[in-house]
Design a protein around this ligand. Structure first.
Ligand code: SF4
Ligand code: SF4
Ligand code: FES
Length: 601
């Protein structure tokens, strides 16, 4: 909300303070029980929820649907007297003022809403059973909540066109309620203005200009704002009923903007990506690449068990083979290389650095995705960097020119100076060709890889440990504007490996164990978890302090005890990182999630 002075208002008999001049509809949506201050959808609405179609907080106010009527009472001057004046008014076109009383649920308000619903439904087909929007449609929900049980209109309905408006979008004109949200998105967010109303009266319908489809890089935002099933995203059309979807908050990792998303999945497969409100990064919008480029997550090449050149092995064997490969690297650090990537989370990079330091390997390479087309639209901008976390790479690995490190690695491979390589793959679009080509060189004898899918890399590697994609990972990234954002896993894939922070802690453990072989100790439990052996037998507490890996993970709340060792979650790794790396100090995973991230200073 703005920084205007606060004034006193009353909504449904409850007193509040709200900024003077704030939009009255948005104020009703954001105040009261059952709200968290963000723009709610019709199912999340708080106690003063006001139904509406055309209003959207990210767009200018058009006031044309008339669904948002409320009753207001205000003192006005009549002659030399102040008298109360009551009126029915559209809340989206009104603002907060001192002493304003608002009624959102009185019988006369309900009656107006029922009348508006009658009008909205005159020509609307009874399409809900076959409409993709059913289950998340404002018109359907409001018809239940505010409409009459039966239609009073007994005329033939006016039909309108059903046709593609571009490669990504189809319109069912029969379902359009002429709210104009889509037009305003095309006018104000992308600024491309492909959409308009054509015809008049009850023939009015959305269309594009002849020969000018809506194919701009932000086009599918028009579908997301459509309150009914008129505009449809062709990628999602008829793939799922929305009530079967799991909806989880996520963060897009396809470029360095890091938009907040909602990942909708069905049985562990992503079916669509929606925008999630984040005033610090993407407001209410996503680019179409972020929305539509998710098929790689559902790749049939996903792996869930370690494998070697001769086939799949169990996890224990996989870790043993990986540890052998890493020990060989530690024995010859001059000819050993560690390759990270610019989509890794900060937590993974932090542990990766611990691991390479432990190995004594100083040849660190960072793979990255190629640049993408930058976006520069009136309501949405995105950088050319196609990597989620170059900022984290710079801080935690000290690498600012990823391409130069890949070049150095390729040259070392050509000269025979790279015998042992630890590769942390997992870029959305695979390991870059120049890296796999270099790894295929004669001199490279020992490759330990981590990846979420089978690829040329896993063909070359002596052992590959399966990881997850970032959609299934908790962590944090730093975007191109130095905005630090944390996220939780948005989904579980049915064929998933292990999350990166877990894999790295396991590898640190096995290397630790190798270091202390023969000593009278067992695997330690990191401090903060207690000194008792979870399995009952007394153990020598060794922990991870001193020469070992990372020390205390106390108070994380995300501790998972596995066997005799403790593997902690991303929030706890973040807490440790915040202690050791000044740039992350003062933040916690949870505080970042709650605040939509924080700007690094
Ligand atoms: S197509 Fe959807 S968003 Fe556009 S005017 Fe019609 S109902 Fe509104
Ligand atoms: S701008 Fe970047 S982060 Fe945002 S949705 Fe598009 S690809 Fe994803
Ligand atoms: S939401 Fe107010 S008139 Fe449409």
């Amino acid at each position: 909300m703005s920084e205007a002075p606060l004034v006193n208002i009353t909504i449904d008999g409850k007193q509040y303070q709200a900024p003077k001049g704030a939009n009255l509809l948005l104020t009703c949506l954001q105040l009261g029980e059952g709200t968290d201050g963000s723009y709610p959808d019709q199912n999340e609405g708080g106690e003063h929820y006001v139904p509406h179609f055309c209003y959207h907080p990210g767009l200018t106010v058009s006031g044309n649907c008339r669904m948002c009527f409320v009753k207001t009472r205000q003192m006005v001057k009549r002659g030399d007297q102040m008298v109360p004046m009551e009126m029915m008014t559209t809340s989206c076109t009104n603002v907060v003022a001192e002493g304003l009383e608002v009624f959102t649920k009185t019988p006369d308000v309900q009656k107006v809403r029922a009348g508006i619903m009658d009008l909205e439904l005159i020509n609307h087909p009874l399409d809900c059973p076959e409409c993709d929007k059913a289950g998340e449609c404002s018109l359907q929900d409001y018809a239940f909540d505010h409409g009459h049980a039966a239609s009073k209109f007994d005329f033939e309905k006016v039909a309108a066109h059903i046709k593609p408006l571009g490669d990504k979008i189809t319109i069912w004109g029969t379902r359009c309620i002429q709210c104009s949200r889509c037009i305003r998105v095309a006018d104000e967010v992308s600024g491309t203005s492909e959409l308009c109303f054509v015809n008049r009266g009850d023939r009015t319908v959305i269309d594009v200009f002849p020969g000018k489809p809506i194919d701009n890089p932000l086009a599918v935002n028009t579908v997301e704002v459509c309150p009914v099933g008129a505009l449809k995203n062709r990628d999602f059309l008829y793939t799922a009923r929305v009530w079967n979807l799991d909806e989880m908050p996520g963060t897009c990792g396809l470029c360095a903007k890091g938009c907040s998303t909602r990942v909708d999945s069905l049985k562990g497969k992503v079916t669509r990506v929606m925008a999630r409100e984040n005033p610090n990064v993407n407001d209410f919008w996503l680019c179409d690449r972020g929305r539509l480029d998710y098929k790689w997550i559902n790749s049939p090449k996903r792996i869930d068990l370690p494998h070697t050149k001769s086939g799949t092995v169990g996890w224990q064997k996989g870790y043993e083979l990986a540890a052998e490969g890493l020990k060989a690297a530690a024995a010859n650090p001059g000819k050993s290389w560690a390759i990270a990537n610019a989509a890794m989370t900060n937590e993974e990079l932090f542990l990766f650095k611990k691991l390479v330091d432990k190995l004594g390997v100083s040849n660190v390479v960072v793979m990255s995705e190629p640049d993408v087309a930058p976006l520069d639209f009136p309501g949405f901008k995105a950088p050319a960097d196609g990597n989620a976390n170059r900022g984290g790479v710079a801080i935690l690995l000290g690498v600012s020119d990823c391409a130069a490190t890949v070049q150095q690695f390729a040259e070392a491979c050509a000269k025979g100076d790279a015998e042992n390589v630890f590769v942390w793959a997992g870029l959305p679009h695979g390991t870059p060709e120049d890296v796999t080509r270099a790894l295929g060189g004669q001199a490279v004898k020992n490759i330990v890889a981590v990846d979420f899918q089978r690829s040329m890399l896993s063909e070359l590697a002596n052992v590959t440990l399966p990881s997850t994609t970032y959609v299934e990972t908790a962590g944090s990234w730093i975007n191109s504007e130095l905005h630090l954002q944390a996220f939780r896993a948005a989904m579980r894939h049915p064929i998933e490996g292990r999350v990166g922070t877990e894999l790295l802690q396991e590898l640190l453990y096995v290397l630790d164990e190798a270091e202390t072989e023969g000593e009278d100790s067992t695997r330690g439990t990191p401090q903060g978890v207690g000194t008792d052996d979870p399995l009952g037998a007394p153990i020598t507490q060794r922990g991870w302090e001193g020469a070992s890996t990372i020390p205390v993970f106390a108070g994380s709340g995300e501790v998972a005890v596995k066997s005799r060792k403790t593997i902690v979650g991303a929030a706890a790794v973040f807490a440790q990182m915040a202690e050791e790396v000044p740039q992350f100090g003062g933040h916690t995973h949870l505080s970042l999630i709650k605040s939509h991230g924080a700007k690094l200073v």
